[in-house]
Design a protein around this ligand. Structure first.
Ligand code: PBG
Length: 333
């Protein structure tokens, strides 16, 4: 046989497109940029600029309101477009009626105003759920051991309006009650908050990966039982699409999948099915896992951070909520 017409072997040399940094960059399909990042921040009481580290989240701090404003300035300078606020509510303000959740002077609302005053261009996302204010640690009202849906939705609407009033740009309901998006959207419209967006935690799973977050907001000891009657069963996938469809039909502007890394298949299905702005939350346990391994010298923390976040882009996400936001922004700069 004539060797010139013999099929070349290997038939395809994929390694050609990997031969140098420049060629690899040219052939790269997905990239992460700082504009993809939302930074979740914990707020606590206290005067002046002060911060304390969350023990189960090395490198993450609870910040006073003044410190949050300062951190927002630094984040904006790094190019981070949005901050998401989570309050560490003092224990004496946690009650079974959760009234602190819609107090105009609560930590979240004060932090929102402080950020908008100091850094008007920073988008502020706030969390709608009762758990930081609830004596039971649940996202909804608890009556006779049951998390009651419709009364909780009424409270979530009050919380939403107080957050919009304080200046929040995006409202993030993380409670997983049914019917909350429509109720919130109607109330926002009626109150004239037409441009306040809703980023729905549409597909939120009952996950072990929230552990460090519950430490960070002081809900660990408080939580009675688990959240499985309202958060999703990790075995389900079709249900996530039904939830996203429902939330979009009720007026959600953007949707989120949470946690992130164990649910990248859900991100991909959501993006492919709906083509809407799709976010993932790389939650506290995912952050802690990477940081703990890095601190032990078991993995290269910087590379694992970047690789984990790029994975979200590959899975179809438009943006990521991540505690790595400042570190990743610095690495990208
Ligand atoms: C609760 C809420 C949780 C998180 C965000 N909002 C925890 C939970 O559902 O128990 C978790 C975020 C994280 O783990 O980083 N409404």
């Amino acid at each position: 046989m004539n060797p010139a017409v013999q099929a070349p072997f290997p038939a395809t040399r994929f390694r050609r497109a990997r031969q140098s940094p420049g060629i690899r960059a040219l052939a790269q399909e997905n990239t992460l940029s700082v504009g993809d990042l939302i930074w979740p921040v914990f707020v606590r009481e206290g005067d002046g600029v002060a911060r304390e580290e969350v023990p189960s989240m090395p490198g993450v701090h609870r910040l006073t309101v003044d410190a949050v404003a300062e951190a927002a300035r630094e984040a904006a300078d790094l190019g981070i477009p949005a901050i998401c606020l989570f309050p560490y509510t003092p224990m004496d303000k946690r009650t079974s009626d959760c009234a602190e959740a819609w107090n105009p002077e609560n930590l979240s609302n004060r932090a929102t105003r402080a950020i908008k005053r100091a850094v008007p261009e920073m988008a502020v996302m706030t969390d709608v759920a009762l758990d930081p204010y609830n004596i039971d640690g649940h996202d909804g009202f608890v009556v006779d051991g049951e998390i009651i849906n419709d009364e909780t939705v009424e409270a979530l609407v009050r919380q939403t309006l107080s957050q919009a009033e304080a200046g929040a740009d995006m409202i993030g309901p993380s409670d997983m009650m049914d019917g909350r998006i429509g109720a919130m959207r109607n109330a926002l419209e009626a109150a004239g908050h037409r441009n306040v967006m809703i980023l729905s935690y549409a597909a939120k799973y009952a996950s072990a990966f929230y552990g460090p977050f519950r430490d960070a907001v002081g809900a660990t000891g408080a939580l009675k039982g688990d959240k499985k009657t309202y958060q999703m069963n990790p075995g389900n996938s079709d249900e996530a699409l039904r939830l996203v469809a429902r939330d979009l039909s009720e007026g959600a502007d953007m949707v989120m999948v949470k946690p992130g890394m164990p649910y990248l298949d859900i991100c991909r299905r959501v993006k492919d099915s709906f083509g809407v702005p799709t976010f993932a939350y790389q939650v506290s346990g995912e952050y802690a896992m990477i940081r703990a391994a890095a601190l032990n010298g078991w993995i290269d923390g910087e590379r694992a951070m970047a690789e984990s976040l790029l994975g979200f882009k590959r899975a179809g996400c438009d943006g990521i909520l991540t505690y790595f936001a400042p570190a990743m922004a610095r690495a990208l700069a």
